[in-house]
Structures are given as C-alpha cells and as structure tokens.
Design a protein around this ligand. Structure first.
Ligand code: SF4
Length: 233
C-alpha cells in the first residue's frame, strides 16, 4: 500500500479496533497484505515467537535485531540460530558508536550512570534509523508483561516514528506463548531456562533475574525507576 501519513494513521486506528479480537496470524496476515516488504518484525531475541508467527504467513519477512554491543552471548546465539534455521531475513542494526567509542566520549559504564542516554544511543537511535525503510513494524509486546504494557493496542499509530505499530500477541498470556512454543518448537533464548523472564543487555543494572512474585520485567533496570528502553514509550 502507498499512502500519506494521515492515511496510515487512520488505517492504524481502524485496524486496532477491527483486529482487537483477531488471532496473531490474522493480524500479521493483514500487515503482510497491507504493507508487503515495507513491513518488518523487530526481535530482542528473547524468543522467536513473533518471528515464527510472521514467517508462517510471510516467509522471508525482515526480522530486525538491535545489536547494542552489550548483549549476552546467548542472545547473539539465538539471533544466529534464527537466521540459520527460519525462513526470515535477519537484519542486525548497530549503534553509531562502538562501546569503546561511547566509553571514550561519555565515560565508561554509561548504563549505570545514565541508562536513558545509553538506551537512546544504543537502541532508540539505531531503531529509528533502521525503520526508515518501513511503513509498519511488529513487536512482541504483551499486556500481561507489566502494568506499563497493560493497554497495548494490537495495531496503533506510532507518532514518534510516523509508522504503524503492530503487537500481534498483545492479548496473549505467558501460557499462550508457552503453548505456541511447545506446539511449534520455537527457538528460545537459553537464558529463559536460567530464570530470566525478560532479557535485555547484560550489565546487571539492565537485566537481572526477577524475584519470587515479581512481574516478568521487574529485573529490567531494577531500582532505577526506568521501565522501558525508550523504544516503546
Ligand atoms: S539496556 Fe542497558 S546497556 Fe543496553 S542500551 Fe539500555 S542502558 Fe545501555
């Protein structure tokens, strides 16, 4: 589809209403039919659930991964396994600065001192740049992950990037995800078996295992008051 920003904004608002009760595959089919190659999936490589769902309706779909330079080796391994075994086109985005260059310019361990700036440099800017060639992008956001994600629409307008944002599994629970993974043999980041429930960058200030009774994202930037990297704000 080609259209103006207003067209896409109206389209997103209408689709958010009409697809609220739709299955993830139906939402992704709509995205593939509407946007074709100007649609991509983003993945943190915590699992390959959305990539798997998308590739089942759109083989060869672009799967965009942000390599911050701070990932766990298991996350990079999951990315490589997805690229090697699934019918998707993995695209790795990198920040403008290497970690060494960032350390030289901003001082070491910026993630501990100013995680918002670190995420802005290593996640938000590269994603904004990388999404330039697309009209719509899908994420794995789910309403049950945290209170801040409880109202995530299945399709919405992303006003900062001026793109259609799709959250095909927004309505799924962790049980739904587990059932899909088990039924389809979906690739998972091995850190999930070690007790991590949300996997971001490896510094302890950015990702720790949650405690008993904490929500799935409680271990992200724990104690800092920060709950999102800035991509989904
Ligand atoms: S999650 Fe941590 S290391 Fe990764 S970009 Fe954000 S602050 Fe930096």
């Amino acid at each position: 589809m080609t259209g103006t920003t207003t067209d896409f904004e109206e389209l997103a608002t209408r689709a958010g209403r009409e697809l609220e009760e739709a299955a993830p595959q139906e939402i992704l089919r709509w995205a593939a039919d509407t946007f074709g190659k100007r649609f991509c999936v983003t993945s943190s490589m915590e699992d390959a659930v959305v990539a798997h769902l998308a590739s089942s309706v759109f083989p060869g779909v672009d799967v965009v991964f942000l390599d911050t330079g701070y990932h766990f080796p298991e996350t990079i391994g999951t990315r490589d396994a997805v690229a090697a075994t699934m019918p998707v086109n993995v695209i790795t985005l990198t920040p403008a600065l290497t970690v060494a260059e960032q350390d030289a310019q901003y001082g070491p361990d910026l993630h501990d001192r100013d995680p918002d700036q670190c995420c802005a440099l290593r996640k938000v800017e590269p994603l904004n740049r990388g999404l330039g060639g697309y009209d719509a992008w899908a994420t794995g956001l789910r309403r049950d992950e945290s209170p801040t994600r409880a109202n995530t629409p299945v399709v919405s307008w992303d006003p900062r990037r001026r793109k259609v944002k799709i959250a095909p599994i927004a309505r799924w629970t962790q049980e739904d995800v587990d059932a899909y993974v088990n039924a389809n043999g979906v690739l998972l980041n091995p850190l999930l078996w070690e007790g991590y429930t949300s996997i971001g960058c490896s510094p302890l200030s950015c990702t720790r295992k949650p405690g008993e009774g904490e929500d799935a994202r409680a271990g992200r930037w724990s104690g800092s008051g920060k709950t999102e990297c800035g991509i989904h704000l």
